[in-house]
Design a protein around this ligand. Structure first.
Ligand code: ADP
Ligand code: MG
Length: 483
């Protein structure tokens, strides 16, 4: 993240671009380091943007940020250090980011959106595109009105590619991010239930995600998942050329359907749930095995491949890059084996109905058939947040899905917290399921219950929405310090 300095901006220029007022500062002082919103990350030459959060107000840390070397503070109220006073910090960051993009006309910008898999795909795509030249991609999920411009602001004169993650919690959000850094390449992965409550249903989610293809220029490329009808329909909402990817090697929707441009054939999973497949492209095919876990990473890999191909990476580079790519962002389908032979799948970063199903599939694979572990499967699930009116029904459906996992089936389903309880109601709908259904109030109790049950070769999945903080359960299961 440190890298070369960003494009140097004088305080006078920052005030001009943001429409702000310079206070206590030398207009000629130059910001040449990272722009941050966490004062603990303020470093010499940088700019600290003060944001008022629910727990603390960044303005209280303005002096500390400057003491740590920040040249100035972007603020919405007076602070006793060099600052640029603006009406709205996200808008100011957006304006600054846009000025950097405008100063880098050679840099090619790609945006990635979808309900699930944005970060995984962004990390895969970045590892491919880096083979072509200097690439800026966000760390983790820097994908909203703060993280997105902060990522763009890391670009410098050497940057050739920006691979950005675009998130939406409502209509207009992606269109906004596309104005901050107009992408020429846009990837849409899927339309699912993440944040569906806030949107008001899947069609609204599709409307929102479709703002990315809509924002693309005529000489751009929209990369669409042909296996998701709501995504494929976005072909009608873009002026850009359309490139499709699919996990089905043949056309799936009748004889009239065209075969997707980038496909996977012969998909299989190894004993740790890592997918292997044959990558099919117009230039030929190549065998690929991923270091990532879970079949859901196949579409993510295809999307990354399609993007890298459009940017000029050849088939060998794509296949090599996919084989070499590692998980860069934590708590997404991490599979670890303990000394005693218990396997822990830490997928605690986030959860929505589609991603919990994907994780349950991976759990089933690790305990079944080909994998040959012969162990039992336990799922420790917290609630899925932000589902709105459908929350109860969605939890019941996911619980039922868990109970229906094929032979030998789930040995135990532990629902953590009150909001996760409907998972158990759903599981109980499956009359033939013989596993144990357990409601516990918190992660500590989940750990106690597991400790009484786990035997070598068992596999435990830990997954929930961020708000449930189950990553501590996974860490404790693995005996890691610092939950
Ligand atoms: N293509 C996909 N389809 C369904 N679920 C997925 C997909 N990719 C990832 N997931 C699931 O979603 C979780 C979050 O993945 P992530 O890449 O962080 O997505 P996002 O950035 O969209 O939140 C993963 O741990 C995995 O369980
Ligand atoms: Mg993300």
């Amino acid at each position: 993240m440190d890298g070369d300095p960003v494009i140097p901006l004088s305080l006078a220029r920052i005030a001009q671009v943001t429409g702000g007022q310079l206070a206590h500062g030398d207009p000629e002082a130059v910001v040449s380091g990272d722009v941050v919103i966490d004062s603990r990350r303020a470093a010499p030459g940088g700019l600290f943007a003060a944001v008022a959060g629910s727990r603390s107000d960044g303005h209280d840390f303005a002096a500390a940020a400057v003491a740590a070397g920040a040249v100035a503070v972007l603020a919405t109220k007076p602070v006793p250090v060099p600052s640029v006073l603006v009406a709205d910090v996200p808008a100011a960051l957006a304006a600054l980011a846009r000025s950097v993009v405008d100063a880098l006309p050679e840099a090619r910008i790609a945006g990635i959106t979808g309900s699930s898999g944005k970060t995984s795909t962004k990390d895969l795509a970045a590892q491919l595109v880096e083979r072509l030249g200097p690439t800026i991609a966000p760390a983790g999920s820097f994908n909203n009105e703060f993280g997105h411009p902060l990522t763009v602001l890391r670009a410098d004169a050497s940057t050739r590619y920006l691979v950005l993650e675009l998130s939406a919690r409502g209509l207009g959000h992606i269109a906004y991010l596309c104005r901050v850094a107009p992408p020429r390449y846009g990837v849409v992965l899927n339309v699912g239930h993440a944040h569906a409550g806030e949107f008001g249903g899947l069609d609204q989610v599709a409307r929102a995600k479709g703002e990315l293809p809509e924002a693309l220029p005529a000489d751009g490329v929209a990369i669409l998942n042909a296996d998701d009808p709501r995504v494929l329909a976005m072909a009608g909402r873009t002026a850009a050329q359309v490139v499709t990817f699919s996990c089905a090697p043949e056309p799936v929707r009748g004889a009239a359907a065209r075969v997707a441009d980038i496909r996977a054939a012969d998909i299989r999973l190894d004993e740790l749930g890592r997918p292997g497949f044959t990558l099919l492209t117009p230039e030929g095919s190549a065998p690929v095995t991923l270091r990532l876990h879970g079949a859901h990473n196949v579409p993510n890999a295809l999307a990354a491949a399609a993007l890298a191909r459009e940017l000029g990476l050849d088939l060998d580079g794509i296949a090599d890059g996919l084989r070499a790519a590692t998980a860069r962002s934590r708590w997404r389908m991490e599979v670890h084996q303990r000394g005693d032979g218990v396997t822990v799948i830490n997928d605690a970063y986030n959860a929505n109905p589609e991603s919990v199903r994907a994780a349950l599939d991976a759990l089933a694979h690790l305990t079944q058939g080909g994998a040959g572990h012969g162990g039992r499967a336990f799922a420790v699930l917290g609630h899925m947040a932000e589902l709105g009116d459908t929350a109860r029904a969605s939890h019941e459906d996911v619980g039922e899905y868990a109970a229906r996992l094929g032979s030998p089936g789930l040995a135990g389903l532990i629902a953590v917290g009150e909001e996760a309880r409907p998972l158990l109601d759903g599981a109980r709908r499956v009359s033939w399921w013989t596993g144990e259904a357990l409601a516990v109030p918190d992660g500590a109790t989940a750990l106690e219950e597991l400790a009484n049950r786990l035997k070598p070769s068992d596999v435990v999945l830990v997954k929930a929405s961020r708000a449930a903080h189950l990553e501590g359960v996974a860490a404790a299961l693995l005996g890691e310090a610092g939950q």
